[in-house]
Design a protein around this ligand. Structure first.
Ligand code: HEC
Ligand code: HEC
Ligand code: HEC
Ligand code: HEC
Ligand code: HEC
Length: 339
């Protein structure tokens, strides 16, 4: 595994060198550093102070400094990672302090200069709402023989993230990413598209996107889960995310008579020597989960809990196993009790 990563790193280095000819990460996202980047961004923030303040507490801003990223990056220190998490720097080297501190910044999405950002034709505006996002939110595993930034060439199972494809094939395809993720805030002249993007650390934002209710059906317990206003799978994006459903049956305050656990997640393994998805159990729409109750649990109350987990580790073998996985955080999104 270590050796494979080193090899992939070397190949990526050469593809980063070649990347200037192929703008595969969406318009506005550059593959190499511009010395003018810092000064152009200072200009944006001096005129658009509200937006700058929202952005400065977003995960886009801390995409390179964030502790979760830093932990993953310590294991796989690749140009590949830097090209999205510190996109203002030349990915061939460790980013300079400014690029590391600014992560995904104004010019990463709006284009390299003030005039590029202000020259918003309708086509450019439409691209900003979906295509620019897809440039970073849709990509394949880094492999020896393919460019991970050319997702069109990768099969769905070999995509590391595929939020744009999930969006394009789902019921919200006609609603842009920006419509949901940059809601209008403020009044009058200061009304603007919010750049706060706070989701994965917010229990409130995540819980608002899920309805959960339990019922009995003969000898079984049924948990109905439905995403609310989610434009893609729930969860989407980073592969180390999942929903965990726990169902426990038994008298209140006592050891459960029966316990069930389901993970709604993508699972990866090695298929013909390459990393690929082998199962996807995430929520794509309203889904009923049925748990057959053992006779001993008859008449006893049922408790359920749905948690959103962020995991720490990357798969080192064939799959994440209960023995090797480590949960960084679990936010409880829904809980209930059916008498
Ligand atoms: C000298 C002040 C100034 C600077 C510098 C500046 N802007 Fe603006 N920008 C404005 C004003 C004024 C508007 C029009 C009113 C509004 O939408 O806030 C505007 C509008 C915009 C719009 C909306 C364009 C549209 O489609 O209608 C975007 C996007 C934008 N700016 C981004 C940027 C970015 C990114 C930067 C830095 C690269 C930047 N601006 C630098 C003043 C500035
Ligand atoms: C240059 C790459 C890049 C572009 C372009 C980009 N993103 Fe991101 N986005 C990231 C990275 C990297 C993260 C994760 C940062 C982290 O957690 O370390 C992220 C995180 C997010 C999150 C989660 C934020 C949170 O607080 O949990 C959302 C939502 C998101 N992006 C939406 C969008 C949308 C919508 C667009 C297009 C308008 C977009 N992104 C464009 C790289 C990008
Ligand atoms: C992750 C991508 C992303 C980043 C980073 C980003 N923007 Fe934007 N910005 C967008 C999108 C998408 C829109 C269009 C929203 C819409 O259509 O409603 C937008 C809209 C704007 C607008 C017009 C707002 C309005 O409601 O009229 C301004 C001004 C702006 N951005 C400035 C900035 C500044 C300044 C920064 C840096 C502090 C920045 N943006 C960083 C994606 C981004
Ligand atoms: C119909 C509204 C809607 C649209 C359209 C939409 N999203 Fe989301 N998105 C949500 C909601 C609600 C959540 C919170 C639930 C969740 O985490 O999936 C979310 C979560 C996310 C997250 C956080 C990761 C996670 O844990 O799931 C990312 C990243 C993201 N969206 C990116 C995008 C991108 C990129 C697009 C466009 C290709 C997009 N979204 C389109 C509503 C939307
Ligand atoms: C093509 C762009 C791209 C590349 C390359 C990339 N990432 Fe990301 N990464 C993202 C986006 C976009 C997100 C946010 C998705 C979400 O929130 O669901 C993200 C999220 C993450 C997260 C989750 C952080 C959190 O806050 O929960 C970690 C950790 C991470 N990336 C590490 C890495 C590492 C390590 C590499 C290199 C091996 C890498 N990424 C390569 C785009 C990229």
């Amino acid at each position: 595994m270590k050796r494979e990563i080193a090899l992939v790193g070397a190949i990526l280095l050469s593809s980063a060198l070649a990347a200037t000819s192929e703008p595969a990460r969406g318009e506005g996202v550059r593959a190499s550093a511009s010395p003018a980047s810092a000064s152009e961004n200072e200009r944006c923030t001096s005129c658009h102070a509200d937006i700058a303040a929202e952005w400065s507490s977003s995960l886009h801003r801390s995409a390179f400094r964030d502790a979760s990223f830093a932990r993953g990056y310590a294991i796989e220190r690749l140009a590949f990672c830097r090209s999205c998490h510190a996109p203002e720097a030349d990915p061939r080297d460790e980013p300079d302090a400014w690029s590391a501190d600014h992560g995904v910044t104004c010019t990463s999405c709006h284009g390299a200069t003030v005039s590029a950002a202000h020259d918003a034709t309708p086509a450019k505006r439409a691209a900003l709402g979906v295509r620019v996002c897809a440039g970073c939110h849709e990509f394949g595993f880094p492999e020896k023989d393919s460019d991970p930034r050319a997702p069109a060439r990768a099969e769905p199972a070999r995509m590391m993230q595929r939020t744009a494809a999930e969006h394009a094939s789902g019921p919200h395809a006609q609603t842009s990413c920006a419509t949901c993720h940059l809601p209008k805030v403020g009044e009058g002249a200061s009304r603007h598209a919010s750049h706060r993007f706070g989701i994965t650390r917010s229990r409130e934002a995540l819980a608002a996107a899920l309805t959960a209710s339990g019922r009995r059906d003969g000898g079984a317990f049924v948990l109905d889960l439905a995403p609310k206003g989610v434009g893609h799978a729930f969860p989407t994006g980073d592969m180390f995310r999942r929903l965990r459903v726990v169902v426990e049956v038994g008298p209140d305050g006592a050891e459960p008579t029966a316990r069930f656990e389901r993970r709604l997640a993508r699972t990866f393994g090695m298929v013909k020597g390459r990393r690929a998805e082998i199962e996807d159990t995430r929520l794509f729409g309203p889904t009923a989960f049925t748990f057959p109750l053992p006779p001993a649990a008859e008449g006893q109350p049922v408790r359920f809990r749905v948690g959103y987990q962020r995991l720490v580790n990357v798969p080192s073998g064939n799959r994440l196993t209960a023995r090797t996985e480590r949960v960084e955080e679990e936010l409880v999104l829904a809980e209930g009790r059916v008498p």
